[in-house]
Design a protein around this ligand. Structure first.
Ligand code: ST9
Ligand code: ZN
Ligand code: ZN
Length: 333
């Protein structure tokens, strides 16, 4: 059944539409990849990251205490910044650039690139390369946030230590030619640091100060630091919680799970058993749901002509897969 699984992936991936002309995406689980050496090399802590992440989280907690003294507009603005940066990750780095699950016109790609720099989660190129490795070599040492190493490692720990050599070695063989050919991706990579200073830090802080006279202090700690750390943790929960807690209706042999709490906080990205089973599906879920704001966003973009070519697993494919590999918990609707 290993070949059967890979076959159905590749068939779906290469020919989801009539014309069959799709981008090749190197994100399918590699059944043939088996770890040769599962021993852990010594963990090398990157203290600069430990200090930066500690300060960020202290700043975010302090930001929480400032909420009662913030202007209503500032809180609304923090939410707007949360949504823009979250979209830059979910609709951008994840569903568009890592998985090519739909196509986006230039203005939309620029908007998503902007949101992605606001989210400051590594540039799109690096994010998508790591994410393809996460799918292809899932839960092995070549997976950047291998959840077999526990909650802390898959949540944040992987960003605080040097990568396992397998991540780099196996990752080098991934096909990322489509990313290299994408002007927006490469432009953002070239100007990444400057874009983060301007869009993740200055923009969220200066707007409330300039337009409605919020104090720079409150604007820095709430729409900037608190918002940034919330988007980070919501994203990281997909790697930690959604790889640990929830049902596995589509494939009981893998760890990723269906987790509604994560789907809520990560604006639609918690249906993770489905997503690892059908990574090319633009909705990352069989159904649209009120929690799947990212799907709503992509549908809206298609409606106004800024996106097209949404890929979706067919109902027959899903049903066949549930019967073959599901854990029996599937509920329709
Ligand atoms: C952050 C990322 O938070 C979050 C990603 C989450 C993914 C989530 C996925 C879940 C599904 C989607 C759900 C979305 C939900 C969103 C909800 C929103 C509400 N392949 O990395 P280096 C090579 S970032 C091939 O330095 P070290 C490559 O040549 C947070 N090659 O390794 C590379 O050079 P370059 C902010 C690879 O030294 C070279 O190795 N940022 C690969 O071990 C060196 O790479 C931070 O905290 C590969 N996969 O350092 C900083 N990997 O890149 C984090 C590497 O130039 N990063 N190579 O081509 C670091 O400081 C370092 O990467 C390190 C490792 C210390 C972690
Ligand atoms: Zn995953
Ligand atoms: Zn994915």
């Amino acid at each position: 059944t290993a070949t059967e699984k890979t076959d159905s992936y590749s068939r779906m991936q290469r020919n989801p539409e009539k014309n069959g002309a799709t981008t090749r995406v190197d994100d399918a689980f590699d059944e043939s990849y088996k770890e040769t050496d599962s021993s852990m090399p010594p963990v090398r802590i990157v203290w600069r990251n430990v200090v930066a992440m500690t300060l960020l989280h202290i700043g975010a907690l302090y930001g929480l205490t400032l909420i009662p003294s913030a202007k209503a507009f500032t809180l609304l603005w923090a939410w707007v910044c949360f949504m823009i940066s979250a979209m830059g990750v979910t609709a951008g780095a994840h569903r568009l650039w890592s998985h090519r699950s739909y196509k986006a016109k230039l203005p939309l790609r620029i908007f998503l690139g902007f949101g992605n720099s606001m989210a400051f989660q590594n540039d799109i190129y690096e994010w998508s390369r790591d994410h393809r490795a996460h799918h292809k070599f899932s839960e092995t040492n070549a997976d950047p946030h291998n959840s077999k190493r526990g909650f802390f490692f898959s949540h944040i720990g992987w960003l605080l230590v040097r990568k396992h050599p397998e991540v780099i070695e196996k990752g080098r063989k991934l096909d990322v030619s489509d990313l290299k050919a994408d002007g927006v991706v490469m432009f953002q990579r070239r100007h990444y640091k400057l874009s983060v200073v301007l869009i993740c830090f200055l923009f969220p802080t200066l707007v409330p100060w300039y337009f409605w006279g919020e104090s720079l202090w409150v604007a820095y700690f709430i729409p900037c630091l608190l918002r940034y750390s919330l988007v980070l943790n919501a994203t990281w929960l997909v790697n930690s919680a959604a790889h640990m807690w929830g049902m596995r209706p589509f494939d009981r042999s893998i760890n990723p799970r269906e987790n509604r709490f994560v789907a809520f906080s990560a604006i639609g990205e918690g249906y993770h058993n489905y997503h690892h089973t059908f990574p090319y599906d633009y909705a990352t879920s069989e159904f649209g749901s009120v929690l799947n704001i990212t799907k709503l966003f992509i549908d809206t973009m298609c409606y106004i002509g800024l996106a097209e070519d949404r890929k979706k697993a067919s109902h027959e494919t899903i049903v066949a897969r549930i019967q073959r590999t599901g854990d029996g918990s599937y509920k329709s609707g």
